[in-house]
Design a binder for this molecule. Structure first.
Ligand SMILES: Cc1ncc(COP(=O)(O)O)c(C=O)c1O
Length: 370
């Protein structure tokens, strides 16, 4: 029997799924008094790097800090312009701002990811970085972006907050540029019990700088050798993430199965545009952090689904970066504006059952009379 209430995301389910094991983990870490920069963290960092095929992973307080540290470590200087997609979280732009740079939002393409042509058009003499967001668990065409970066002497720092395990041509998101950051916010595919993040890099020098930046500028011997912040991933969170990472392959497969089911059950609804189905493009392996559709009469559909107990969400509260006038943005981005009138995220998480996807799809079909 299908419940008539399908929340967009139930935070308490994250714990409930493996409550007994989590209690054991919490007890074990607490009894050891292993709270800051302990072995659960270093174990997680090496497992994460191995999973991604990267040289280094460093746990940090959250992905926003991670992006800031990554930009600083990759050499951002005051006033440097960083081109990013307007379809991203304010955190992406805030990281640039607090690193001392100038965020320059540009159009996204029909795939909701940064439009390489718009990146090209935004390049000025002050541009130093491209910061693509690997949005919704899909990796950008990194060959295209890298070619632009190479041609113009720019550095790529990826916002891979939403994309752990997503791949382009077999390579994991987060491993393409000079550095990247991943988020372990509770609603992320790999989500801990609070804030958490990691910086990923293949560059030894960037690694050393982030190592110091996240811990008061201290080196391995504990000596202060540079200015630093305090942005460490808690050892307790790392222990929880170690447990989750062990079954991450199954989690990705489950989400891909849900996406395939949405594709199948919404195929005959021309009023909605769906994300690409799993395996529809051999270059992309998507992990479906979000299932973001485009819908005609979006607001009415959202209301109709709510009346039928189905939770949905409009990403970023419906505000793209260039809409944030309070932060000084003045760009006009008409394609992104058009998209933002249509975007809606359907439930996509480990609590959603196959039957619930069918129930949700049935209501979408009904709404459009299909
Ligand atoms: C695209 C994107 N960038 C950055 C962030 C910031 O991550 P955090 O909450 O870990 O700082 C998030 C998400 O939460 C995100 O979705």
């Amino acid at each position: 029997m299908i419940g008539q209430s399908i929340p967009f995301f139930a935070y308490s389910d994250v714990f409930r799924a493996h409550g007994d094991q989590y209690l054991e983990i919490i007890k074990d870490v607490a009894c050891r008094g292993a709270f800051i920069l302990q072995e659960d963290l270093s174990k997680f960092e090496s497992k994460l790097a191995q999973f991604l095929g990267a040289k280094h992973a460093l746990g940090v307080g959250n992905a926003t800090d991670g992006l800031l540290l990554a930009l600083r470590a990759a050499g951002l200087a005051p006033g440097d312009e960083v081109v990013l997609s307007s379809h991203t979280m304010v955190a992406t732009a805030a990281a640039v701002h607090f690193a001392g740079g100038v965020p320059v939002p540009v159009e996204c393409g029909a795939d909701h990811l940064i439009d390489p042509e718009a990146v090209l058009a935004a390049i000025t003499l002050r541009t130093r970085f491209i910061m693509p967001t690997q949005l919704n668990g899909r990796t950008c065409n990194m060959e295209h972006l890298q070619a632009i970066a190479d041609q113009h002497g720019l550095t790529i720092v990826e916002d891979a907050a939403q994309a752990l395990g997503s791949r382009f041509k077999g390579q994991c998101a987060g491993t393409f540029g000079a550095a990247s950051a991943i988020s372990f916010y509770p609603a992320k595919v790999l989500g801990c019990f609070g804030d958490g993040g990691a910086v990923i890099t293949n560059d030894d020098a960037v690694f050393e700088r982030v190592y110091q930046l996240r811990d008061h500028g201290r080196d391995r011997s504990g000596r202060v050798v540079s200015w630093g912040l305090n942005s460490r991933l808690d050892n307790l969170q790392a222990a929880i993430l170690n447990f989750q990472l062990a079954s991450y392959g199954e989690v990705m497969q489950r989400r891909r199965r849900l996406a395939a089911l949405y594709t199948e059950s919404l195929a005959a609804v021309p009023e909605v545009v769906l994300p690409p189905a799993p395996d529809s493009d051999p270059d992309h392996f998507d992990i479906y952090q979000n299932y973001e559709i485009e819908a005609e009469r979006r607001d009415e559909l959202k209301e109709y689904l709510k009346e039928n107990g189905i939770g949905t969400l409009i990403q970023w509260g419906g505000q793209a970066i260039h809409h944030l006038k309070a932060l000084g943005f003045t760009q006009t981005l008409s394609f992104t504006d058009h998209l933002f009138e249509r975007l809606l995220m359907l439930p996509m998480n480990m609590s959603v059952t196959d039957e619930e996807v069918c129930y949700i799809s049935e209501h979408i079909r009904r709404f459009y009379g299909r």
